[in-house]
Design a protein around this ligand. Sequence first.
Ligand code: SF4
Ligand code: SF4
Length: 214
Amino acid sequence: MTTTVNRPIVRSFLARFHKECAAHVRAGGHGVYWEEPKRARLVLPVPDDDNPSDLALFSLLDLGKQRWKVEEKGPFAGLATVLVPRSENWIVLRRVERDSVHPGPTRKVRFDCLACGACCKDNEVILFPVDVERFREAGRTDLMKPPLARRVNGKLVLTLLPETKRCRHLAKDNKCGIYTVRPDACSSFPVASECCLFARETELGIYDGLRPEA
Ligand code: SF4
Ligand code: SF4
């Protein structure tokens, strides 16, 4: 089943182009605003933390950030901004490089999760109490025990196949073997988020835009 998503295009703006950056974000894009040559701020629509598929939310989660500031005045009034850790500048620069071939603030993309499965690879899914309860109700307590699950730093996670790093529940045809009881982290993983795009690049070599320079 394919899903069509209107995803934000990420653009870079020098400090003097704050109005253009704000206009790009208000039109649906994401901005990387350089306050200083090495100090960038992500400018986003205000993330909706009640919506697990919110692309602005995942744009900053992908950077390891969980908080943002809603600007009250100036050109970014009403928009969210997040300081990019200097060590992660390469991540936002790569987003900008990827999207440099796309015009406009947004882009419609079709994704076929069944033909992809990239986020089911090299990704130890954390199991939350709600998942454990769902497994219990389905009579699948095996899903929360070795070899299918293990504890890492106090958190229960699904294990990966040692040779391929695929989730043990990912079948050869890329279908999830526990689809009806799959963990919340899987069912809410947002298609077209930065995490999705990154997984497709690293696992499958699929680039929704310009490939990285060698
Ligand atoms: S990486 Fe994205 S497109 Fe691929 S299966 Fe996951 S959510 Fe779907
Ligand atoms: S449980 Fe299913 S959806 Fe989740 S990572 Fe494994 S194969 Fe993918």
